[in-house]
Design a protein around this ligand. Structure first.
Ligand SMILES: [Zn+2]
Length: 524
């Protein structure tokens, strides 16, 4: 008997080579390549033998024997011999076409079933193509590899194989598990179309389906534009402008504000922005809606794209110099065994030496140099090391001899060099020279945001140059919890500092900056 089978490539085992040109249109019959086989079956069951004599067209090379054996087995089981001609097989002139599905049916369309059988068919009457369902792909962007599983089912027959191809010019591959990688070098970022279909053992071919996997491993791109206003003189929102790039679309935005010393001030999340040049309004208020204490604040933005890639921006600062009710402090009670060492006036040599000593002892202090002594390099290092700064004015004038405007001018003039040198601010700490102040001094200070007028309650008179030993012993004999120690940026003071820090440590005190002292006592 002669059994003529269908297309040659249905039995291919290896991945089929790349297909030039577009995918076959779904729902259209596709040109195929025919193979004619002759199977001889002897009626003696003890000598079953099927001789396969393929007569192939040039496009076919490999034949899977499994379906043929099944066909032969069905034929063998039937009494007598049957001739089963196939429906007309069209040999394709195009070798490329041989790599495509031999027959493509529209879903549910059984017209043109693979085997037209005039008289009793040895095959089950399966004319319905399989249905393949892809799981693991969804519309979201992913920053890790995505695995797609293909599950094929068929109402009547078994599944012969499932083929898939990633991308429009990929390679048709047999399999049901596809991993779309997401390498850290962003090499696979983009949308990947996975085409797939299955074929059942009755050679019904499913129409090609597709799912899309979106890979994005690149965090949003970002650039600051501007901040306005950069100096607040009242409680008002600050507008930050920026440009954000993100190919996957809308990004989530959160912001976080800290003060100059890194203390958390406010945050907000749950915002969204479209890519482009956008802005953000930040209200300078704490969670309890009280306005931020005067001082410098930094805002960082966090952008999260749809795949979860995160960009945290560099901070942008604004100076909040809103008027506030100023208060005079000589000590800070309730701060535990902490003391604040403070250094006034100026002298770059002692200043640098004091910074080195503080760093060596892991201690912090607060610096009140006159405006003209604000050295660019030392200014940056002072704050970077965790120390605090304040204003001591510009001319070392007695503030009680100054008008309201004169006091403001002393503070504001000495504020500018800090900003230009290091992007920092002495606000809210100010120290009137000689500790000389009156009600006008305090009111004028508060009007410029200098809300903490800081005097002292331990004074070793170091400016009289009594010797470093005397300076150290005077400090250590008077120090107490919450003390503010007034010293100066002078050589003998710098020389006394190691002994002072050792002595404080021996007595169980910690030398801290003014913001640390205030924080420890419960102030913001
Ligand atoms: Zn002074």
């Amino acid at each position: 008997m002669r059994v003529t089978t269908g297309p040659a490539e249905r039995g291919r085992i290896r991945p089929v080579r790349a297909v030039p040109g577009p995918l076959p249109a779904i729902g259209r019959r596709h040109p195929r390549i025919g193979v004619e086989l002759t199977i001889r079956i002897w009626s003696d069951p003890s000598r079953p033998e099927a001789r396969l004599a393929p007569r192939t067209t040039p496009g076919s090379r490999v034949l899977s024997r499994l379906p043929l054996i099944i066909v032969a087995a069905i034929a063998f089981a039937l009494p007598g011999a049957y001739s089963v001609p196939t429906s007309a097989l069209t040999a394709s002139a195009s070798p490329a076409a041989s790599t495509l599905a031999p027959k493509v049916y529209a879903g549910g369309d059984v017209a043109g079933a693979h085997v037209g059988s005039p008289s009793p068919s040895p095959l089950p009457g399966d004319t319905t193509p399989p249905v393949t369902v892809a799981s693991g792909a969804d519309a979201r962007w992913h920053r890790t590899a995505v695995t797609v599983h293909l599950a094929a089912s068929d109402a009547t027959s078994a599944i012969a194989y499932t083929l898939y191809m990633v991308g429009a010019d990929g390679v048709w591959t047999k399999g049901t598990r596809i991993v779309v990688p997401a390498p850290k070098d962003h090499a696979n970022d983009g949308q990947h179309v996975i085409s797939f279909y299955s074929v059942d053992v009755a050679r019904n071919v499913e129409a090609v389906k597709t799912v899309t996997v979106k890979i994005d491993t690149t965090p949003p791109g970002f650039r600051w534009r501007d901040v306005s206003p950069t100096v607040l003189h009242r409680v008002e929102p600050v507008r930050f402008r920026f440009t954000v790039w993100e190919p996957s679309g809308t990004v989530r935005l959160a912001w976080r504000a800290t003060d100059q010393y890194g203390y958390f001030s406010a945050r907000r999340g749950g915002l969204e922005r479209e890519p482009g040049t956008r802005d953000l309004q930040v209200a300078p208020r704490y969670k309890n809606h009280q306005p931020f204490k005067p001082g410098l604040y930094r805002v960082r933005l966090t952008f999260t794209d749809q795949a979860g890639n995160v960009t945290v921006t560099k901070p942008r600062a604004f100076r909040n110099y809103r008027p506030a009710q100023a208060r005079v402090f000589r000590r800070v009670s309730g701060a535990g065994r902490r003391v604040a060492l403070t250094f006034d006036d100026g002298g770059v040599g002692p200043w640098a030496r004091i910074l080195r000593t503080l760093r060596a002892y892991k201690a912090h202090a607060t610096f009140f140099p006159l405006g003209l002594w604000v050295d660019r390099r030392l200014a940056r290092r002072t704050v970077a090391d965790g120390n605090a700064i304040g204003s001591h004015g510009w001319t070392h004038t007695a503030m009680t001899r100054q008008s309201y405007a004169g006091v403001r001018n002393e503070w504001l003039r000495s504020e500018a060099p800090w900003w230009t040198a290091a992007g920092v601010s002495p606000v809210p700490y100010c120290r009137p020279p000689y500790g000389d102040y009156n009600r006008t001094t305090v009111a004028a200070s508060g009007s410029a945001g200098f809300a903490r007028v800081v005097l002292w309650d331990v004074d070793p008179q170091d400016w009289r140059e009594p010797g470093s030993g005397a300076i150290a012993s005077r400090v250590l004999s008077h120090v107490h919890s919450g003390a503010i120690v007034c010293m100066h940026l002078r050589p003998q003071t710098a020389a006394a500092l190691p002994a002072i820090l050792r002595g404080l440590r021996a007595r169980g005190y910690k030398a801290v900056s003014l913001p640390e002292l205030f924080r420890a006592a419960g102030y913001r």
